[in-house]
Design a protein around this ligand. Sequence first.
Ligand SMILES: [Zn+2]
Length: 240
Amino acid sequence: MPILSHLSRRNFLQTSGLVALGASLAACVPISAKPMAAVGPAPEAAVADADGALARLMEGNQRYAANKSIDIDEGESRRIEVAKAQHPFATIFSCVDSRVPPELVFDRGLGDLFVIRTAGHVIDNAVLGSLEFGVAELNIPLLMVLGHEKCGAVKATIETLESHGKAPAHIEALVEGITPAVEQAKTKAGDLLDNAVRENVTLIVAQLQKSEIMAEAIAKGALKIVGGRYDLDSGVVEML
Ligand SMILES: [Zn+2]
């Protein structure tokens, strides 16, 4: 994808240090001259592997956390480009929390990320199948399991276990999915909720690595599965 197509013309000029030059040209060329953006942006190279994908993700998160998100191209030309085929460079398996939308957190646009979200990123067969599809059919080299600060699903699991109760209806399936992480976190010093959030990511990463399709891809060097924790206050994704 052309990286510079992600930049608005204003940002392109600023980031290229061409603002002054643009102003000089504006002063000496006719108004009908083509704008500088027509010079043609260099295309963003496809990621070569998981490390390249991770670097691209983290660069996007650094921009987001620093309030320097670029003007994501979600316009018609990009829509037409990705309508031909999708080549997302990373899968994000994250919580449904409205404060953690992956495309915003990683400052990426249409066609970049393959996103699966469930409360507390709990896995079931449909989720696992979706994640395996990303590996087997789309050859996505990186899968990030993304937990986050103050996860409500993890908190609800802690409260349910403490009250020796049961969550209503299908919410109990989430509690069951997150319980091993809470049990693991209880053996550690520090904040139970935050430790459980971290354990939940680590356990899900380990669980995914056991999938036959994932294990094969990992063995071939075609896939890496990593864990991250998103900080609601700073916007920073920390690698676990
Ligand atoms: Zn959550």
